[in-house]
Every structure is written in C-alpha cells, then in structure tokens.
Design a protein around this ligand. Structure first.
Ligand SMILES: [Zn+2]
Length: 124
C-alpha cells in the first residue's frame, strides 16, 4: 500500500517582472508589487505606471482633482474652455452655485446684448 502523500502547495521560488523580465525571489515581496495580474519590480514601477497611465490615471486624478483641474484649465484653448463651460451649464449636477452666480453676473454684465438675444431668439 502506498502512503498518501501530503498535498503541497506549490510556491514559486521566484517571480518575473512583467516589464524587464528580471527574476525576483518570491519571498522578497518588498522588492516587487503585484498589480492585478502583473508583477512589477521596484525599478520598473514608474515605467509601468507611465506605460499603463490610461488605466490608472482617472482614479489617481480623482484623488488629486484640484491640481489636475488647474493644469487642465491652463492648457485648454479658449474654445475648449467654452465647451467645458457649456457642458457645465447643461449639467444640473455639475452646475454649482458658483457657476450659476458667474452665469448670472455674466448676463448682468452684458445685459443689453443678453436682452437682445432673448428677444430675438424667444420673442414673437
Ligand atoms: Zn522590472
């Protein structure tokens, strides 16, 4: 009769970095990071993030929204800013009290043009 062998869990001796292909001893987990199905060594982590930025950027930006908003706004053209403003004003959830105040002030500042526009577009 053959004794039943104890089932052993196969633990890899080393893991492979998905970026550089370098082998890292599996028990040195401070030298690599597991991100989803990828194993990335510490040396390649920044390169990995740069390569996969589209996947991780939205969550990262949500956590640093203010600074991103400043960079974005500074780099938009005037017509792109106009598109953003249009989206903002059309969205009830995005149209903040400040945006409403700016919209009101803008209309007051251009009251003659605003009135003419309203008369021409909506008047009969
Ligand atoms: Zn690597």
């Amino acid at each position: 009769m053959i004794d039943e062998l104890p089932t052993e869990r196969v633990v890899p001796h080393s893991v492979e970095c998905c970026m550089c292909g370098g082998m890292i001893p599996a028990d040195r987990n401070e030298e690599y990071t597991i991100i989803g199905n990828d194993i990335v060594c510490n040396d390649c982590l920044q390169d990995y993030c740069r390569t996969n930025y589209e996947q991780y950027a939205p969550d990262y930006i949500k956590s640093n929204g203010s600074e991103f908003a400043e960079d974005l706004w500074r780099n938009l053209t005037l017509s792109e800013k106009a598109q953003v403003a249009e989206i903002l004003l059309q969205s009830e959830s995005c149209c903040t009290d400040v945006a409403k105040e700016v919209m009101f002030d803008y209309c007051l500042k251009h009251l003659f043009d605003f009135s003419s526009y309203v008369k021409e577009k909506y008047g009969t």
